[in-house]
Design a protein around this ligand. Structure first.
Ligand SMILES: [Zn+2]
Length: 494
């Protein structure tokens, strides 16, 4: 949960597929074929899903970096099929948005209709502008070749994706559905829509072509794919989805080199690498989780920016998202959700919530929670599956904001979880401990190697949670590889 970003949890159902599939042009091949959506629909889907992506991940708060990534994206786009004079106007006139998401996960993805995302985790793992150019080109390639729309057509997503199931009942209760732990139904479908291997190969081809046309040494990207391979080996099961459907990074490393050589023959020599510019842009970027946006330590959740804390019960896992903090019980029998209410007082927020149709209020009252004005409501409602859910919800005023802490469980289980809910809600308190308040994230420092030595020997003492191997991967170098004196190194710094 982050300051000044108050998102309502909206379970939106996109009604986009009524028209069924569409015959239209592929901007890359110029041929007409069947798609899941028309281009206009793709643009609408992208726009709606973009809102959910931004709410889910948050934008990385560095306007200069965001402007840099967007302007590079626009340059690569200008060399893509979507901007050629013989491309139909509707494609040429579709604006693109390139965003930097505030996530430590190494990832890049695109939504239909012109939305491309890279994470700060990805930016930290790239070694120069040429590598970023290829990644952006790859994502532009997915949009240009309309891969999502092709796969959606094959899967007949239109029939399934938008029903959204339990939406209505959950909206009344404010209960996070299963998909809230991830993303709204359609976005999830689009993101986890598996592009085929051939789609990925086509996007690699297009990414290299666009980057070379823009003057970049696209062969540089090969080293990034090698480091992705190490990253996926290291992360084991938690392989980023971005990697899972892509061709083997080893294969890509090889083909990227071949493609770069081929396109340079066709288009002309492209040598731009721009490491100095790139490193100047990413220096200072946050590495790993940013504790200023909330962190768990010693059995409690601390939020230094919003200056509150509360105890985390044993057996509950904390999921900290920009719009909410979820505490999910191990057996998923109970969940606690912390959000910000849009009303200006606890009483008003409680009234507004309790007045909703479909809710039966069982109890309500006011009290002070660690000196803070609070109003609580106990209510019941039905899920769309016909189960009775009981909710204990506290609205607590703190420093001009109204926090909502809601505990959900089945009515039959309420007696069991009520004490746990109360432990959290009545434990909500202002954060005053300077050590907790002043916590700083680990950031990226760029330092020249002081001497010629194996990478391992050049590493300073690393902050907790950063292994030498992880830092080597970030630098696209083997731990035992000899690094020349003066080579800029990317190092985590507290
Ligand atoms: Zn891809």
């Amino acid at each position: 949960m982050r300051r000044a970003r108050v998102y309502l949890v909206v379970f939106s159902v996109l009604v986009l597929f009524a028209e069924g599939c569409a015959v239209s042009t592929n901007p890359v091949s110029g041929r007409r074929r069947l798609y899941g959506y028309s281009w206009a629909e793709e643009r609408r889907i992208g726009q709606e899903a973009d809102r959910q992506i931004v709410a889910q991940y948050g934008l990385y708060d560095d306007p200069a970096l965001a402007a840099y990534v967007d302007s590079l994206g626009q340059v690569i786009l200008a060399h893509s099929h979507l901007r050629r004079s013989d491309t139909p106007k509707e494609f040429r006139e579709t604006p693109f948005v390139f965003r930097v998401l505030d996530s430590p996960v190494v990832n890049a993805f695109a939504l239909p209709g012109g939305y491309v995302y890279v994470t700060r985790g990805l930016l930290a793992h790239l070694n120069n502008e040429a590598q970023l150019a290829v990644v952006l080109g790859h994502e532009i390639g997915h949009v240009a070749a309309r891969h999502a729309s092709q796969r959606a057509f094959e899967l007949q997503l239109g029939q399934v994706a938008l029903l959204g199931g339990a939406v209505l009942g959950q909206e009344v209760l404010g209960l996070p559905g299963g998909d809230v732990l991830q993303l709204g139904g359609t976005v999830a479908q689009l993101l986890f829509l598996k592009y085929s291997r051939d789609d990925e190969r086509e996007s690699d081809r297009l990414g290299v072509e666009y980057a070379v046309r823009a003057g970049y040494d696209a062969a540089e990207a090969a080293a990034f794919f090698r480091s992705l391979k190490r990253l996926s080996e290291q992360s084991g099961a938690s392989l980023p989805s971005f990697l899972s459907t892509h061709p083997d990074p080893g294969e890509r490393e090889q083909t990227i080199r071949e493609l770069a050589a081929r396109w340079m023959q066709e288009v002309g020599l492209a040598t731009r690498e721009n490491q100095v510019v790139y490193y100047a842009r990413i220096e200072g970027i946050v590495l790993g989780e940013d504790p200023r946006q909330g962190y768990v330590a010693d059995g409690a959740f601390y939020h230094p920016t919003l200056r509150f804390w509360f105890p985390v019960p044993a057996d509950f896992q904390v999921i900290n998202q920009p719009s909410q903090v979820l505490l999910v019980e191990a057996e998923q029998q109970a969940v606690l959700v912390l959000t910000l209410a849009s009303e200006s007082s606890a009483a008003e927020a409680a009234r507004a919530w309790a007045a909703q149709e479909g809710l039966t209020v069982l109890d309500r009252g006011s009290e002070r929670v660690n000196g803070l004005p609070a109003v609580y409501v106990v209510a019941e409602g039905q899920t769309s599956e016909g189960q009775t859910v009981r909710v204990l919800r506290y609205f607590i005023e703190h420093e001009g904001r109204v926090y909502s802490l809601a505990g959900y469980t089945l009515a039959a289980q309420y007696a069991r979880y009520r004490p746990v809910f109360l432990q959290v809600m009545r434990g909500f308190a202002p954060l005053r401990d300077p050590a907790r308040l002043n916590v700083q994230p680990v950031v990226l420092a760029i330092r020249p190697a002081e001497r010629t030595a194996p990478f391992r020997a050049l590493l300073p003492a690393l902050p907790e949670a950063f292994t030498p191997e992880a830092v080597a991967i970030m630098n696209q170098v083997e731990l035992d590889a000899v690094v020349q004196a003066g080579t800029p190194l990317k190092l985590p710094q507290r």
